[in-house]
Design a protein around this ligand. Structure first.
Ligand code: GAF
Length: 336
């Protein structure tokens, strides 16, 4: 039985096709929302308290609660009259696996609260929610992320990637870009290395890379410059469905992230090399790096070859078997 004021929203995870570590450097990226989603049900409480439960959470690890509390605090900060809430979270986005389970959680809660308050989810509200969610992550969780993930999750649309230009970081420009992979007999395969990363670790590599970019480290900034050029070239390649070119750009992005930005790890490199060795058009790490996932562009009829090649390469090194997901561009956050 539904209580009259309970509101349910879902928000997707995301994969970044190309354009990594560019968002906090005023650059370009091209993520898309995927079909794995997080659902949040919010019901108002009379006592002002925030009570949250999740189907995925380890009871000993309460870290995820900061994302929920951070979103509510940020929405109150921008003047929304958010009451106490019961929040129930159910998710199919793997936690800490490089598919932005955190943005999916934040945006599902934010969208459900907007629905509860009767605020229409137009483009400008979606951007405000994305920014509130980014601030929740930066100021409440302590993960200094750049904003790509939340925009991809709030503004993603079926069949499209989202070109984001952070030249104006206060009002990033966004353009949907058709991504007709399945139509052209291709597939996008995400391979989860199962090596977990933690962006909120203050001494971790992500925050360190941000500091190096701010300090003007030439090699880090060379990655940013060449990556921006690759994103522009990727958008052009997509416009004329030159998939081979897109694949080459993806692999070049990985090489730059590995050698210039130094955010790869052997498990990511081996997944990329095995995938391209098995005939994929291109592959790269996706997300912040130091663990997480790769994204591979491959002909649909060669997906099994790629999966097998990666699994074999892992097995021969004694590594845990990776997890593969076929992904495609789906809709952004929405009320159900
Ligand atoms: C993580 C961050 F959350 C993003 O903002 C972005 O910087 C990405 O790493 C690297 O491109 O996903």
């Amino acid at each position: 039985m539904h209580s009259p004021r309970e509101t349910v929203a879902t928000a997707p995870g995301r994969v970044n096709l190309i354009g990594e570590h560019t968002d906090y450097n005023g650059g370009l990226c091209l993520p898309f929302a995927i079909r794995l989603r997080t659902t949040a049900k919010v019901t108002p409480r009379n006592d002002g308290r925030l009570v949250a439960i999740s189907d995925q959470a380890d009871p000993a690890d309460t870290g995820w609660l900061a994302y929920v509390a951070g979103v509510v605090a940020e929405l109150r900060r921008i003047g929304w009259d958010v009451p106490g809430l019961d929040v129930e979270v159910v998710s199919t986005v793997p936690l800490g696996g490089g598919l932005s389970s955190s943005a999916a959680l934040e945006c599902a809660v934010a969208t459900a609260v907007a629905g509860l308050l009767g605020i229409p989810l137009d483009d400008s509200i979606r951007r405000r929610l994305a920014e509130a969610c980014r601030r929740a992550e930066t100021d409440h969780v302590g993960a200094p992320t750049g904003g790509m993930d939340q925009l991809a999750v709030m503004l993603g649309s079926e069949g499209h990637a989202l070109l984001i230009d952070f030249a104006d970081p206060v009002r990033p420009a966004t353009t949907p870009v058709p991504l007709p992979v399945a139509e052209d007999g291709l597939a996008l395969l995400v391979t989860d290395t199962r090596v977990r990363h933690a962006l909120a670790d203050g001494d971790g590599g992500y925050a360190q890379r941000r500091r190096e970019c701010e300090a003007g480290d030439p090699r880090r900034l060379r990655h940013v410059r060449t990556e921006n050029a690759r994103v522009s070239a990727a958008v052009e390649a997509l416009g004329s469905r030159r998939w081979d070119t897109l694949g080459e750009l993806m692999t070049a992005s990985h090489v730059s992230l590995r050698d210039d930005f130094e955010v790869s790890i052997p498990q990511l490199d081996v997944a990329v090399d095995a995938a391209t060795g098995a005939g994929a058009l291109g592959a790269r790490l996706t997300g912040g790096g130091f663990g997480g996932c790769t994204i591979t562009l491959v002909a649909a009829d060669r997906v099994d070859d790629v999966r097998e090649a990666v699994d074999t390469a892992y097995r021969s090194r004694g590594w845990a078997r990776p997890v593969h997901h076929l992904v495609g561009p789906g809709p952004g956050a929405q009320l159900t």
